[in-house]
Design a protein around this ligand. Structure first.
Ligand code: 3HC
Length: 392
C-alpha cells in the first residue's frame, strides 16, 4: 500500500490524512473548496510542529511528512491511483452514499473504501457501491493523531480480507484496532459516551445539577480527561447531535436526544469550532472549577456507562475485553466499563440503576438483563472472583 485518499478535510479528515503521511504513505486530501483545504493544511502543519516540539518527530521528518500530503477539490482525480480511501464527510447517510458511489467509479478495482462514520450503517453505505466486500468501517477518535484507537467495523458483506488489510493498516498508522463484530449503531465507544452524555444532559435539563457540577465530577472524581459537556463541545455539537439522532432511531427511548443539545444546534452553537456551545470557547478551553467535584452523583455516571457496556455483551457486539480496550484507548478512561463494574460490584451498579429507574422511570436507567443475570448467579465482580471477567 503506497497511496491513500481522505475525503473530507474537517477535524477528523485532516488528522487521518496526517496519520497516513506520518506512516510514509502519499495522501491526497479532498474537500469541496480551497478554503477548507488551506485551513486543513495549516492544521496539519501546526500539529506536526507540536509533535516536533514534544520530541516525537524530528524537524526533518515533519517537513518530509508535510510534503507527502496533497490537497485537491477533484475527487475523481485524487482517487484514480490510490490503494485505500477513508471517507470523513459529514454524518449524513445520503451524502455518504453519493460519495461512495463516486469513489467506487473513480478508484481502481483493488482499492478498499473505508468510512470513518461515527454511527451509520456500514452495510447501507457499502450497498451504494459495486464492491460491498471492499467497504469497511474505520472509525478514528478525535484528535486522530493522539487517540490510539481505531474501531474496525464489518458490514454484512465486508470480506475477511478487507477486515484484515484494514486492521494491518491501522497498526501501520500506530493505532490499536478494535474489531466490532456487528454493524450496530454507535459501534462501541460512541454508545458508551452517548449514554453518559445523555444522562448528564437530561440531569441538567431537569435542573438537578449544572453542567459545571457534572463536568467537575466527571473530570476530578471519575478522573476522565474531559467532562461530558466539555467533550461534546470539543467534538462538535453538530456531530454529537447527528450521532445521538442515529442512536435514538436505533435504541429508542434509551437514547432519547436531550432537548438542550437540540436547541444549541438549532442556534448554530456547535462548540469549540463555532466559539460557543455549552461553554464559551472564545475565551479558551473552559475552566471547570475543582470545588464542584462531587456535586453530581459519580455512581450514576458509572452506572449508565456500565449498563450500555452490558447491553453490548448481551447483544454479542463485543466482549468485555474489547469494550474495555476500546473505551480506554478511544477516550482515555483509566478503566473500561466492564473492569469498573467488577471493581464496584455488579450488585451495587444494579442497585444504582434501579434507584434511578424508580426515580425517573426513563429507559436509559432500565437495567440490561445481563446485569440481573450476573447478580442472580452471584457473579458480583472481583469480590466473588467472577463478574464480566474471571479472577483467580
Ligand atoms: N496534534 C498534536 N498535538 C496536539 C493535538 C494534535 N491534533 N491536539 C492537542 N495537542 C497538544 C496540545 O496542544 C497540548 O500541547 P501543549 O502541552 O504544548 O499545550 C497537548 O496536546 C495536550 O493537550 P491539552 O493540554 O490541550 O489537553 P489534555 O492534556 O486534556 O489533552 C486530549 C488533550 C488528548 C484531547 C485529552 O483531553 C483527551 O484525551 N480527551 C478525551 C478525548 C476523547 O475522548 N476523544 C474521543 C471522543 S469520541 C470520538 O472522537 C468519536 C467520534 O465519532 C465522535
Amino acid at each position: 500500500m503506497k497511496k491513500a485518499a481522505v475525503i473530507g478535510a474537517g477535524m477528523m479528515g485532516h488528522g487521518i490524512a496526517q496519520l497516513f503521511a506520518m506512516a510514509g504513505l502519499d495522501v491526497v486530501l479532498v474537500d469541496v473548496n480551497e478554503e477548507i483545504l488551506d485551513k486543513a493544511l495549516k492544521e496539519i502543519n501546526w500539529s506536526l510542529g507540536k509533535l516536533v516540539e514534544k520530541g516525537k518527530l524530528t524537524d526533518e521528518n515533519a517537513k518530509k511528512t508535510f510534503l507527502r500530503v496533497k490537497a485537491t477539490t477533484n475527487l475523481e482525480d485524487a482517487c484514480k491511483d490510490v490503494d485505500f480511501v477513508v471517507e470523513a464527510v459529514p454524518e449524513n447517510l445520503e451524502l455518504k452514499k453519493q460519495v461512495f458511489s463516486r469513489l467506487d467509479k473513480a478508484s481502481p478495482n483493488h482499492t478498499i473504501l473505508a468510512t470513518n462514520t461515527s454511527s451509520l450503517s456500514i452495510t447501507e453505505i457499502a450497498n451504494a457501491t459495486q464492491r460491498p466486500e471492499k467497504v469497511v468501517g474505520m472509525h478514528f477518535f478525535n484528535p486522530p493523531v493522539l487517540m490510539p484507537l481505531v474501531e474496525v467495523v464489518k458490514g454484512e458483506k465486508t470480506s475477511d480480507e478487507t477486515v484484515e488489510t484494514t486492521i494491518n493498516l491501522a497498526k501501520r498508522l500506530g493505532k490499536t484496532p478494535a474489531l466490532v463484530k456487528k454493524d450496530v449503531r454507535g459501534f462501541i465507544v460512541n454508545r458508551i459516551l452517548v449514554s453518559m452524555f445523555t444522562d448528564a444532559c437530561h440531569a441538567v435539563r431537569r435542573g438537578e445539577a449544572t453542567m459545571e457540577m457534572v463536568d467537575a465530577t466527571i473530570k476530578y472524581k471519575a478522573g476522565l480527561p474531559m467532562g461530558a459537556f466539555e467533550l461534546a463541545d470539543y467534538l462538535g455539537l453538530d456531530i454529537v447531535y447527528s450521532v445521538s439522532k442515529v442512536m435514538e432511531e436505533a435504541y429508542g427511548e434509551r437514547a432519547k436526544v436531550c432537548p438542550l443539545l437540540e436547541q444549541l444546534v438549532k442556534e448554530g452553537k456547535f462548540g469549540q469550532k463555532s466559539g460557543k456551545g455549552f461553554y464559551d470557547w472564545t475565551v479558551g478551553r473552559p475552566r471547570i472549577p475543582f470545588k464542584l467535584a462531587g456535586k453530581y452523583d459519580v455512581e450514576r455516571v458509572y452506572a449508565v456507562s456500565i449498563n450500555e457496556a452490558a447491553w453490548m455483551v448481551y447483544e454479542d457486539v463485543a466482549d468485555p475485553q474489547n469494550i474495555d480496550t476500546a473505551v480506554k484507548l478511544g477516550t482515555a478512561w483509566a478503566q473500561g466499563p466492564c473492569e469498573l463494574a467488577d471493581n464496584l460490584g455488579i450488585d451495587n451498579v444494579l442497585a444504582k440503576l434501579k434507584e434511578l429507574y424508580n426515580k425517573y422511570g426513563e429507559e436509559v436507567y432500565k437495567s440490561c438483563p445481563l446485569l440481573e443475570e450476573y447478580v442472580g448467579k452471584g457473579w458480583l465482580g472481583k469480590k466473588t472472583k467472577r463478574g464480566f471477567y474471571t479472577y483467580e
